[in-house]
Design a protein around this ligand. Sequence first.
Ligand code: ATP
Length: 262
Amino acid sequence: MNTPVSTGGPLVELRGVTKSFNGQRVLDGVDLKIYHGEALVIVGPSGTGKSTVLRIVSGLLDPDEGEVLVSGQPLQVNRALAKPVQISMVFQQAALFDSLTVKENVGFLLYEHSKLPREKIAELVRQKLELVGLHPEIAEQMPAELSGGQRKRVSFARAIMEDPGNPDDDPQLLLYDEPTAGLDPIASTVIENLIRQLKDQGSCDSYVVVTHQESTIRHTADRILMIYQGKVRWEGTVPEIDTCQDPYVRQFFDGRTDGPIQ
Ligand SMILES: Nc1ncnc2c1ncn2[C@@H]1O[C@H](COP(=O)(O)OP(=O)(O)OP(=O)(O)O)[C@@H](O)[C@H]1O
């Protein structure tokens, strides 16, 4: 694992982050902290800005206002130079290149940007495929030949790929956007277990999951944040899902149409 620049403060912190699209304010002063070693799940009604938060944390999107601190340092415009924490994102639709094999997808960044021999990269790909529970023979297949659950695992393998000679390349924070969307309950459980397992075995230090699926919330969260109308509305733990009397939380988890959430 990478040695964090600072172990005292949070890994990532958002302070007063706002973001608008087409004049519509989606995030309206979001404050949140992601700590070392934590399993954070972000929930909230559709369209409330959860994926936008992930994209801001990953550096794919800039906030309009507010600060993003990574290991206490502002996330710089020139992110290639300032990389105190390696952050990897697993996208909702797996986002694999259809014209490349599984091996080329998983090893993409190393094939493009490292000096490692191709055979070494192929070996690393096989190792990562095994870590996510896929048979290494799948490496030569095309994404279109795989099931949705297999594609998700391939995208996990890609997110945890690292150059063993470059300690800065070791992902510390994994961001999962709707990792179990569209999967049956059993396939969802397999993916939820895998998310926990990858952290427990050190493939990442911390993770953030954005999900609507209650089983995924319950299986992958140590801490839960609920975002509503552009702000963090509630923060709690899994047992508190059942005991919390906050009307927003109750309505959300009970799936009721009547209540303060419009
Ligand atoms: N690049 C963009 N351009 C324009 N509007 C955008 C863009 N990205 C997000 N939005 C809008 O911002 C709002 C929040 O989107 P976001 O995907 O962050 O919500 P979400 O909470 O993750 O939703 P869901 O649970 O449905 O996936 C939506 O209204 C969406 O249409």
